[in-house]
Design a protein around this ligand. Structure first.
Ligand code: GLU
Length: 305
């Protein structure tokens, strides 16, 4: 308790410093209308003309690359056709920061969702089909050669998942000659190959099809970030997560290189979300139902089983 208090205070201070440093690129909050008074005309945040957030505001939509089948981060709900999940609620905060009060009631009016899978995240940015990628996107040196990232807004690590009755696979070390399903173009693919060169990889576009492969016996295990595995276990309680973390997966928002004013702007929105408790609310809404824990920021990977 004590350490999280100190952390929150430090984050609040950091957010205040960032807010001062970013002066002129954000907006002052509009005063709440007094009861019975007419609502003032919607005010838009003011940005430097050369900033990327200004060009997004002018175009009227934030184009977001996110996942359609990656519970609890990005899902296109088949019943409503609306996107939902942790990543989706994070980008809605960016939309509110760019478009102001008008976006608060329904941020999706100001967002164009561009479905991505692991392997299409960098090409979607580079082909200028999205302004940001919010899709369980691990920040690493290899990717930083091609694109930029925001600060870390979520942190997890890789684990292994098997059927509940599997008594032989207890960790990544037991995957010799076993078929392990993961997504092509992911860090999960690289981490498995590095940790157990004798594992046989079944590479699919995303993790939901890996669950079907596990259920149908085409794969002995699935391996990716633990929080994504939590989402799969929730969908199929006849599965379990085994072993310890064998990687660190700090998620950032992917952005094309050269957006030197935009990235600090996104970082400030992330710092503000953490300091205000909004991040903790989004965590509680999307991650807690699958992880069972509560968090107030992306400090560590999570719980270890
Ligand atoms: N976070 C990892 C990555 O960025 C694995 C999860 C994913 O494929 O999205 O590659």
């Amino acid at each position: 308790m004590r350490s999280s208090f100190v952390r929150v205070t430090a984050l609040t201070a950091a957010a205040a410093i960032l807010a001062a440093a970013c002066g002129g690129t954000g907006s002052a909050p509009s005063p709440a209308p007094a009861t019975g008074q007419p609502t003032p005309a919607a005010t838009k945040p003011q940005f430097e003309l050369a900033s990327y957030q200004y060009s997004i505001q002018t175009k009227g939509k934030l184009r977001v690359g996110t996942r359609e089948d990656n519970v609890p981060f990005g899902l296109k709900n088949p019943a409503t056709s609306k996107f939902e999940g942790f990543d989706v609620d994070i980008v809605r905060e960016f939309a509110i920061a760019i478009f102001g009060n008008e976006a608060k009631a329904d941020p999706d009016k100001f967002i164009e969702y561009v479905p991505v899978v692991s392997a299409t995240r960098i090409p979607t940015l580079k082909d200028n089909k999205a302004d940001v990628i919010a899709a369980t996107f691990t920040i690493n040196d290899e990717r930083l050669k091609e694109i930029d990232f925001s600060t870390v807004y979520f942190r997890t690590g890789q684990k292994v998942m098997v059927k509940k009755d599997n008594a032989t696979i207890k960790s990544v070390a037991d995957l010799k000659d076993k078929t392990v399903c993961t997504a092509k173009g992911s860090t999960s693919e690289k981490n498995i190959a590095a940790k157990n060169k004798d594992a046989k990889l079944l590479l699919l576009d995303s993790y939901a099809p890996c669950l079907i492969a596990l259920q149908q016996g085409q794969a002995d295990a699935i391996s990716t970030d633990e929080t994504i595995l939590f989402g799969l276990v929730k969908q199929d309680p006849n599965t379990k997560i085994v072993g310890d973390y064998f990687s660190d997966e700090p998620y950032g928002i992917g952005v094309n290189k050269g957006r030197t004013v935009f990235v600090p702007f996104l970082n400030k929105v992330i710092a503000d979300m953490i300091a205000s408790g909004r991040w903790a609310e989004i965590y509680k809404k999307h991650i807690t139902p699958v992880s069972g824990d509560l968090k107030d920021g992306p400090h560590d990977k999570g719980r270890s089983n």
